[in-house]
Design a protein around this ligand. Structure first.
Ligand SMILES: *Cc1c(COP(=O)(O)O)cnc(C)c1O
Length: 405
């Protein structure tokens, strides 16, 4: 997952270019910046690397989702279908534009179950927001078909799957818009940052304005800019963009190391017949930030998690089912619709209704799932050691389970 593991001279050089001029802002100051435009340069690199026509950087992945939703015209009363397994940012962004997050079940791809999506469509549905969790992707062909049938927008939350592909196209470049996060633990980082990618000029222009107080950015005099609509401030700084520029040049290296380490660990875990792996709609397109695997039952999985902890080898293994950030089960603040300021009563009620449904199908998957984060720094010996220790621990738990049955 983390590009920060390979921080080095390249990042320092790019940041230093900005420190030399002292122009830390992405807009204006054309003279003193001496031709240094890190944000623009990174946006161009993103378009080239990910095959989208337009890219607009913002201050975070969450801001990218909010900006994209706004630019797509999603707001009050609109329903956005999203998965029960994601990061909290996905529903935060939907709520931030006044829309209704409609959470639905996932399948063994750990992303939206297309049948569950179909069942959730109502007159109010405006957008399907798949989240390409843990490095791999949703079934985009199935979701695109549903979007076409019902005239819905497709917004890809690809924040966790930078560099993943689906049938030859980069994740994040396939929907009406897509987002990446460049926060500190993502595949490439800006420290904090995010991007909206789109092939639609009007969506891009709206993102560009919305994230900078509605400025139209048509002239060179910022003070004379017009404001065709009300915006917000989600600007990225030149310092952050500079870090990202160094990181994007290393992305191929990150991805090839991830894939190699992932394959080695998967081979080792595959020797346990009771372990199965996540379904990947396009197996070649996995960015391999995580290896996600299943055990036969929740009880066995809990026992394995406890045993890994006891052995001191739980680090880097995520049992999302008990985790407060990524799965509906522990989102009491959302289920109770706890906000600092008051939501419109209809929205509040809709949030409560949509999150207190039955998610047994998701529970049955998440209760059995462990994701192992793939480090860029592991040596072959370390992977072998880690994998063998994990296998020995898992086998011991499975043997004990058989005894007691
Ligand atoms: C990280 C993440 C985000 C938000 O990104 P930030 O840059 O941390 O705001 C959104 N969605 C998913 C799935 C993420 O993992």
């Amino acid at each position: 997952m983390p590009g920060f593991e390979l921080w080095g001279a390249e990042e320092r050089k790019e940041v230093n270019d900005v420190l030399e001029t002292g122009i830390l802002m992405r807009y204006g100051f054309d003279g003193p910046r001496k031709g240094i435009w890190k944000s623009k340069e990174l946006e161009e690199a993103i378009c080239k690397t990910f095959g989208c026509r337009y890219a607009h950087l913002v201050s975070s992945g969450t801001a990218a989702l909010t900006t994209a939703l706004s630019a797509l015209g999603i707001g009050a009363g609109d329903e956005v279908i999203m998965p029960s397994f994601t990061f909290v940012a996905s529903f935060e962004a939907v709520l931030s534009v006044g829309a209704i997050p409609v959470l639905v079940d996932i399948d063994e791809s750990l992303t939206l179950n297309p049948d569950a999506v179909r069942k959730a469509i109502t007159q109010k549905t405006k957008c399907i927001m798949p989240v390409h969790m843990c490095g791999s992707m949703a079934d985009l062909d199935a979701l695109k078909t549903i979007c076409k049938e019902h005239n819905l927008l497709l917004l890809e939350d690809a924040c966790q799957s930078i560099g993943g592909t689906y049938k030859g196209k980069m994740l994040g470049s396939i929907g009406d818009a897509g987002t990446f996060s460049f926060d500190f633990v993502k595949t490439m980082t800006c420290a904090e940052g995010g991007v909206v990618m789109t092939n639609k000029e009007d969506v891009y222009i709206k993102c560009d304005g919305y994230s900078d107080h509605g400025h139209d950015h048509k002239g060179v005099d910022r003070g004379a800019d017009l404001h065709p609509f009300i915006g917000y401030n989600f600007r990225i700084s030149e310092l952050h963009a500079a870090v990202g520029l160094a990181q994007i040049r290393k992305l191929d290296t990150f991805l090839s190391i991830q894939k190699k380490n992932h394959a080695q660990l998967k081979n080792i875990l595959s020797t346990v017949p009771e372990i199965s792996f996540r379904i990947i709609p396009d197996p070649g397109g996995d960015s391999c930030t995580f290896l996600s695997w299943f055990l036969p039952t929740e009880d066995i999985t809990r026992a394995v998690v406890a045993a890994l902890k006891e052995q001191g080898i739980l680090a880097g293994n995520f049992y999302w089912y008990d985790n407060n950030w990524h799965y509906i089960r522990k989102w009491d603040h959302l289920k109770n619709s706890v906000t600092l300021n008051s939501l419109h009563p209809d929205l509040k009620q809709a949030v409560i209704n949509n999150t207190n449904k039955n998610f047994v199908a998701s529970d049955a998957i998440m209760g059995r799932c462990i994701s192992t984060a793939i480090s860029l720094l592991w040596t072959e010996e370390q992977i072998a050691d880690k994998g063998n220790k994990m296998v020995a621990t898992i086998k011991k738990v499975l043997a004990k389970q058989k005894e007691t049955v």
